[in-house]
Design a protein around this ligand. Sequence first.
Ligand code: PSU
Ligand code: MN
Length: 305
Amino acid sequence: MNELLSISDEVSQALAEQRPVVALESTVIAHGMPYPNNVETAFAIEKAVRDSGAVPATIAIMDGRFVVGLEEKDVERLGTSTGVPKVSSRDIGAVMAGNGLGATTVASTLVAADMAGIPVFSTAGIGGVHRGASTTFDISADLVQFTRSKVAVVCAGAKSVLDLGLTLEYLETVGVPVLGYRCDDFPAFYCRSSGFRNPQRLDDMDLVARAVDMHWQTGLPGGPLVTSPIPEEDALDSEMMESVITRALEEADSEGITGAAITPYLMKAVSKATEGKSSQANRAVLISTADVAGQLAVSYSNQRS
Ligand code: PSU
Ligand code: MN
């Protein structure tokens, strides 16, 4: 066992028996929502994974190593502590060296999932190319990590605080497959469509699992992105979202917020501006992507056995 990796008994047993496991991030717990919503939602996400037949493995850095399969008390600790650093891939070494606590982003969770041998990961929204990136160069390390970790990522696209057209261009350039599961368009988190097409659409989960497997069997690095939109009944109006986001971006700009702080800032601003609505939609989309990821993990594990 790698000393930088502490895997829960339940997760390690499932992996040893080649049963389906879904990796989950922890930035959403520490920075994505206020307490106690964050903790309650983290458990609801895990339940959605279980209901679809897979074992959830929520991941964070604790006491200087990756913990894969957080216990309830760990989720509580992450959800109630203040000042937990947001750890992206480049921060892993420093946070581990300091024996610290860290909330893992999509990028760093993929590093841990890959080390543990978990082939499927779920999040509601990935990081991407920020609006204005042509001058700020602000492009999430999530996109680079998709080319490095052998893990398939299920998501509902990304929030339109980002430039989703440029995000798709970037993914094309670095060779990350984007597979729409039962959807034509790349989703925009709260909204079912970003107005941009998924480059591929597949309607059968066994076919998605095959496509993921083929990617790996050909020796291509990294892993595919599988997109699945928020359920129709929970989706928010795109015009309303656009005006909220434009305002939040202006505020961030006037307050001089940049770099790693921009994503959490925008999440909070959007959630405040839409009051209860966005937090309900946030929960719904986290649960629906976890459900789809569970289905993918089941299908992938069936094909391997
Ligand atoms: N998008 C969301 N909610 C989030 C994040 C992104 O809708 O909580 C988090 C994820 O953990 C993601 C990270 O990996 O923000 C991206 O941050 P940055 O843009 O600084 O790479
Ligand atoms: Mn950034």
